[in-house]
Design a protein around this ligand. Structure first.
Ligand SMILES: Nc1ncnc2c1ncn2[C@@H]1O[C@H](COP(=O)(O)OP(=O)(O)OP(=O)(O)O)[C@@H](O)[C@H]1O
Ligand SMILES: [Mg+2]
Length: 326
């Protein structure tokens, strides 16, 4: 049933100077960015402007300034057209507790204009794809958070959109539930060719799921980059060394050795943090340690923090986001 899926789009969403001002806060500030087909992660701390951006792109709230187009439609003029082409999984729970998943998703399919037969078929298919089995006939009020998130995802997909906005789909899920949801999101794109914009405040999740990441900080664009480029520039190694002959300045010796090997290094207590540009950094570290007769206690890849995204290569923090572990 999908209309233009054969049209090869270069840009799914184009945003120019988009701004939303509330009396006390600028929720989105002069945002200019293009989003390509594929899976795009929209990352930012609480209040960064992610949900505001999504609602503006759906034509649900009016921008104060600037313009944007979604699948070629102007967000100020063509909200209804955009909402027929785009699926939306809102951040907050919107599910009727007394209806079953099958009833609710069927209702949403009918609301999107599908005839009864097609709506029934799409509902069954979509609920199966999101992994809701026999429980789809039970009232939603008795569902776990994971099941509710799946129902929310199903209602976003039931009308076979060309693009979906998923606002914090992993919210409230345990680690296994998160992984399942992230796999499901990836599949929405690979299996059905639907482009996805997915928000989270955890970079680690988006890094795994997305082709491209857009980072918002205080309503402004902090970064827009492919995941490959992003992981290459933000990957950090933690190193701990000791002096087998009992010396106490092993960490300082290693710091000097790393610095003279042109590595970007920072010391925190006994740990040395090294910015890794590619796989060869590990070899350079090992050689520097061996060359100074030091012992390696640990060498491990650090988990990302959003704060790292705001840190340039010379170590200056550019943004204001506090550490949020991914
Ligand atoms: N209707 C509104 N009236 C006034 N201020 C608002 C309104 N909606 C959002 N804001 C403010 O705009 C800013 C951005 O909010 P938004 O909900 O877009 O952030 P977010 O990135 O989605 O955050 P979260 O991760 O908490 O969902 C916040 O400071 C918020 O308080
Ligand atoms: Mg939000």
């Amino acid at each position: 049933m999908n209309r233009d899926r054969n049209v090869l789009r270069v840009t799914t969403i184009s945003i120019q100077g988009l701004t939303k001002r509330y009396p006390r806060v600028v929720a989105l500030d002069q945002l200019t960015v293009d989003i390509s087909p594929g899976v795009t992660g929209l990352v930012g701390a609480n209040g960064a402007g992610k949900s505001t951006l999504i609602k503006m792109l759906l034509g649900l709230i009016r921008p104060t300034d600037g313009t944007a187009s979604v699948l070629g439609h102007d967000i100020r003029r063509d909200g209804p057209a955009i909402r027929t082409l785009v699926g939306y999984m809102p951040e907050h729970d919107c599910l009727p507790p007394d209806a079953s998943a099958a009833e609710f998703v069927m209702h949403m399919a009918r609301m999107s204009g599908l005839p009864t037969g097609a709506a029934r078929e799409r509902t069954a298919d979509t609920l199966r794809h999101v992994g809701l089995g026999e429980e789809r006939y039970r009232p939603i009020g008795g569902y776990s958070t994971g099941m509710r998130q799946r129902v929310k995802l199903a209602q976003a997909l039931v009308h076979d959109p060309e693009l979906v906005f998923l606002d914090e789909p992993t919210n409230g899920l345990d680690p296994v539930g998160r992984d399942d949801m992230l796999d499901l999101i990836r599949k929405v794109h690979t299996k059905f060719g639907i482009s996805v914009v997915v928000t989270s405040h955890m970079l680690g999740e988006l890094e795994r799921t997305s082709d491209h990441v857009v980072v918002l900080d205080g309503g402004r664009l902090a970064k827009s980059e492919t995941v490959t480029a992003l992981t290459a520039t933000t990957h950090t190694l933690a190193v701990e060394v000791l002096d087998p002959s009992g010396g106490t300045d092993a960490t300082e010796t290693a710091r000097a050795a790393f610095a003279s090997a042109d590595l970007n290094v920072r010391v925190d207590g006994r740990l040395l943090y090294v910015a890794a540009t590619d796989d060869s950094t590990v070899d350079v570290i090992r050689d520097a340690i061996a060359g100074h007769d030091l012992g390696l206690v640990r060498l491990q890849r650090e988990r990302h923090t959003i704060a790292e995204l705001f840190t340039s290569r010379d170590g200056q923090t550019q943004g204001s986001v506090n550490d949020v572990h991914a």
